[in-house]
Design a protein around this ligand. Sequence first.
Ligand code: URA
Length: 239
Amino acid sequence: MERLQKVMAHAGVDSRRKCETLITQGRVKVNGKVVTELGVQVNQSDLIEVDNIPVDREEPVYFLLNKPRNMITAVSDDKSRPVVTDLFFGVEQRIYPVGRLDYDTTGVLILTNDGELSQLLMHPKHEIEKVYVAKVKGLIQRKMLRQLEKGVVIEGKKTAPAHTKLLSSNVEKQTSIVQITIHEGRNRQVKKMFEAVGHPVQKLTREAYGNLNLNGLSSGEWRELKHFEVQQLRELAKD
Ligand code: URA
């Protein structure tokens, strides 16, 4: 048995808090009866309805994808461009990506049907560590790396402290490879940060997300997360 709001959140109805509101507003039924109290426990066979629409309670599943370039982080695209879920042929659950990577960004992407974990991971206050490797234009100086670490202003707001490491520079091609670790998840954040210090990104890969990295996964490959990996993610999101 599990709490009604938890089961609803798991099924992707909304965050646990918003599910509580739905319950107290009298919009939720269990086995045909309106429930307005928050303590109610349900089991797998109970029928839950929100606004008279049954909640589809799939088993939660969790995947890690090495996202290739030129693919949209979405479940569908109005311009019929390839989307990441196209790669999950044979997976019947309705999974969706946790957060997004740009069309041309590669690397670690989690997909799940667990709405609650997804919301937890994406919440800015949980500050999951993300490691990116960027190939940038120009030979980046230590001074610029320090600026990135202290924070740069993008769209009127300073970025939170980051870590950087210069991995290599190519004098002939006038490019640098930099590893950058951030905790926020603002839109196109890494590209905007490097732009702000005058070194536009040419290529970007997310190498790690919390406890997860790309080990063993080629571009376009995915695997199911192990139980302990999902637990670790939950712990990271709670810290
Ligand atoms: N930062 C970016 O600029 N792009 C991404 O895809 C991810 C992080």
